[in-house]
Design a protein around this ligand. Structure first.
Ligand code: PLP
Length: 401
């Protein structure tokens, strides 16, 4: 059974991968783009690039309409209350740094920030550095045996000094959905702000942020089949109102004199300088593309790929999965084999997987591993991709053991 992907033909990169004998299994790092996104990018440039929000000419108006159109689409996609709750960033990393600087004034010495033991560096370092700047305590919520944030321990650790909780929705290493609802409830009970790193979670299904009830949510366009260089910070109106301006420059101001200035309210007040206009227009096209697909069919296809990946991996002796993943990915180590050697031999055979510490060095250290291999799949992968991977994997292990 070949398990074809009905969406593969929409992604021209796969023709190039086939021509160069490459098998792409690294979508959790970045995803390929559908033709609709490439068309939107090219279309923006072919029709004439122009800056947004400032020009009183037709090309500028067209660019602004397309750019603001994406804001509305993102707001709808996330079920935000209003497009004004959508701030465009360069990606999740920038969104989280914006928060760590923009909320800094709310903290006093001794306050606590809670993160989890599985965070990507992007959702650890901004808070770690804020804690160091302000003499705060960074509380690290431990994981249970399955690889989820342990709710009992979280209950004990989130307390009256907790001013902010920042956690991932879906782990980029373990591929497990985190128990966000009860975690957010614990933080809310202490009047703490809540930040959700949706970099991985946003790719799988649609999430209703009003129902989730977080204060802030970040994601990157490039993992959601959109161009790189663009991303989103969602902030509930009430939460955004607490955010101080971080980057300063053109377009985020209402009034400027040499020694003072007045800044715009969100979202534009947090979008200093020329944004990633083409990429953001491309993000709108990616949402249009995804929205036009049969969501249940995507879920079913990814689940079938996931099962096949797990079944295939189970046939290899000495292979240990880091977790029982929930999405179409698997991170694993092989006894007696270094992940770097393995990924090198896979790469020599045209198989693109991720190896190493996955920007979660403390987690890997806690798991007692120097690194792991991660196979992550997108809606465009098919059964043949997996067969090529298994054959190459088998060959690599024969050479290494
Ligand atoms: C869970 C998680 N958070 C944050 C990021 C950072 O995203 P970006 O590099 O696009 O800013 C990633 C990227 O891999 C991620 O997987």
């Amino acid at each position: 059974m070949s398990l074809p992907s009905p969406w593969r033909a929409d992604f021209p990169a796969f023709a190039a991968f086939t021509a160069s004998a490459q098998t792409y299994l690294d979508s959790a790092a970045t995803a390929q783009k559908p033709q609709a996104v490439l068309d939107a990018l090219l279309g923006y440039y072919l029709e004439g690039a122009a800056n947004v929000h400032r020009a009183q000419h037709a090309p500028g108006e067209r660019a602004t309409l397309a750019f603001e159109g994406t804001r509305r689409k993102v707001a709808q996609w996330l079920n935000a209350d209003s497009p004004e709750e959508i701030v465009f960033t360069r990606g999740s990393t920038e969104g989280l740094n914006l928060l760590a600087y923009g909320l800094e004034h709310l903290f006093v010495e001794g306050d606590e920030i809670a993160v989890s033991a599985l965070e990507h560096h992007a959702n650890l370092l901004p808070w770690q550095q804020l804690a160091r700047r302000r003499n705060l305590k960074l509380v690290v919520l431990p994981l249970d045996a399955a690889g989820d944030i342990d709710l009992e321990q979280a209950d004990a650790l989130i307390g009256p000094r907790t001013r902010l909780l920042a956690v991932s929705q879906l782990s980029n290493v373990l591929g497990r959905w985190q128990p966000l609802a009860p975690l957010l409830a614990l933080a809310r009970a202490q009047d703490a702000l809540t930040v959700v790193d949706g970099a991985q979670g946003v790719v799988h299904g649609r999430h209703d942020l009003q129902a989730l009830g977080c204060d802030f949510y970040v994601f990157s366009g490039h993992k959601l089949y959109a161009p790189d260089g663009c991303g989103v910070l969602y902030g509930r109106r009430r939460a955004l109102a607490q955010l101080r301006h971080w980057q300063f420059g053109g377009e985020m101001v209402q009034y400027v004199d040499y020694h003072e200035a007045r800044f715009r309210p969100p979202p534009l007040g947090f979008e200093a300088g020329t944004p990633a206009i083409a990429a953001t227009v491309g993000l709108g096209a990616a949402l249009d593309y995804l929205g036009a697909q049969d969501e249940q069919a995507i879920v079913a296809h990814e689940a079938a790929l996931h099962q096949r990946l797990l079944a295939g991996l189970a046939r290899f002796d000495g292979l240990h999965l880091l977790s029982e993943s929930h999405t179409a990915m698997a991170s694993f180590v092989v006894e007696g084999v270094h992940n770097a050697d393995l990924s090198h031999l896979l790469s020599e055979q045209g198989i693109a997987v991720r190896a190493g510490q996955h920007c979660a060095m403390p987690l890997l250290r806690r798991l007692g591993m120097p690194g792991a291999i991660r196979v992550s799949l997108g809606l465009y992968n098919d059964g043949d991709d997996l067969e090529r991977f298994f054959a190459a994997f088998h060959h690599a292990l024969e050479l290494l053991r």
